[in-house]
Design a protein around this ligand. Structure first.
Ligand code: ATP
Ligand code: MG
Length: 321
């Protein structure tokens, strides 16, 4: 691993949350927010809070929603030199309301906002030129502009000894689209670390879940992946290494207040810990703690923890049976 920062590319949003459970936004209702958000932003914020060198490529508007995000990322140690401030579009936003059944209804203003102006700026180019690691969000493989940046950045990093991680975060329907499948295969082949959630293991491998976990792992390791951190929500997580080593970690026993951002905090902590030189088992403990701590707090990245906060959380919180 080279010493440059962990970099991610993608949307920066504010999230505004309905305070009551129910279906959608067809009627006036109490709202809470804005909170800094966007999956890549949550990932990189947790990475920075953990103490890993972290930087982001994105775009916000010249408004309070943008300043809220930039202030948070800066506070948490994230280099925002490659986050463009767009003068003529508002910062992206997501209104979210939880249904009684745990589902979510959204109203998004994402690619029609400043986030849609993400591009290969001189600042982005300079950042990529000194980055040590690129984290790729699978949700963005279908976004033409962002894909072009990933397709340019990932091989460049690898060629000079950097590393790449992927959170597949793709629905099965999407991964069966021809173009997207090809992009996914290309990025899997460049990835050192993959962080799938449940069935995404099979989506990343391009195999039917009926084939079983070990066949899917085998396929990914053969493609050049060295490590897989498998997320299982309240059932915890596992780290699986190409040398056959396996670590399983039970989840922490917490009360879930807001599930948004668990996977991104898990990933940010795992990548930061591994790049700080920790062994997989220890990285997994911090990642589990980061995911669990984040779901106890309302707001998508409000529960991201510093290393001290996570140490305290680990000491004070029991594990699920
Ligand atoms: P997201 O729902 O944000 O996309 P994900 O599906 O990628 O997340 P999850 O498996 O839901 O990822 O969460 C990541 C990690 O966070 C889990 O492996 C677990 O360690 C922790 N976590 C998530 N939810 C809970 C919970 N309810 N209780 C304890 N730990 C949790
Ligand atoms: Mg989840």
């Amino acid at each position: 691993d080279t010493l440059g920062p962990t970099v991610t590319i993608g949307e920066i949003l504010v999230e505004i949350v309905a305070t009551t459970p129910g279906n959608g936004f067809a009627e006036p209702q109490p709202l809470y927010g804005p909170y800094p958000s966007g999956a890549p932003a949550i990932f990189i914020d947790q990475c920075g809070r953990m103490g890993g060198a972290a930087a982001m490529i994105g775009a916000v508007g010249a408004d309070d929603f943008g300043r809220l995000n930039l202030d948070r990322l800066r506070r948490d140690g994230v280099d925002v030199s490659a986050v463009a401030v767009v003068p003529d579009l508002p910062t992206g936003s997501a209104f979210v309301r939880y249904r009684a059944d745990g589902g979510r209804d959204f109203v998004f203003n994402m690619w029609t906002s400043a986030a849609g102006r993400i591009g290969w700026t001189p600042e982005a180019e300079a950042l990529i030129a000194r980055a040590g690691h690129l984290h790729v969000m699978g949700t963005l493989l279908g976004h033409r502009q962002v894909w072009e940046m990933i397709a340019r950045a990932a091989p460049a990093l690898k060629a000079r000894g950097g590393t790449v991680s992927l959170d597949p975060n793709l629905r099965p329907e999407l991964a069966s689209d021809g173009d997207l499948r090809a992009r996914l295969d290309r990025i899997v082949a460049l990835s050192d670390l993959i962080l799938p959630s449940g069935e995404e293991l099979y989506i990343a491998a391009g195999l039917d879940p009926a084939i079983g976990e070990s066949a899917a792992l085998h396929r990914l390791f053969n493609a050049g992946v060295r490590e897989i951190a498998l997320k299982r929500g309240a059932a915890g997580s596992s780290a699986l290494l190409a040398d056959g080593t396996r670590h399983d970690a039970a989840a922490f026993a917490v009360t879930e207040t807001d599930p948004t951002g668990a996977g991104d905090c898990f990933g940010g902590a795992y990548v930061a810990c591994r790049r700080l030189g920790m062994a997989p088992a220890m990285a997994l403990t911090y990642a589990n703690a980061a995911g669990a701590r984040n779901v106890t707090v309302r707001g998508p990245m409000e529960g991201a923890g510093t290393r001290d906060e996570l140490d305290r959380f680990i000491a004070e919180t029991g594990r699920r049976a």
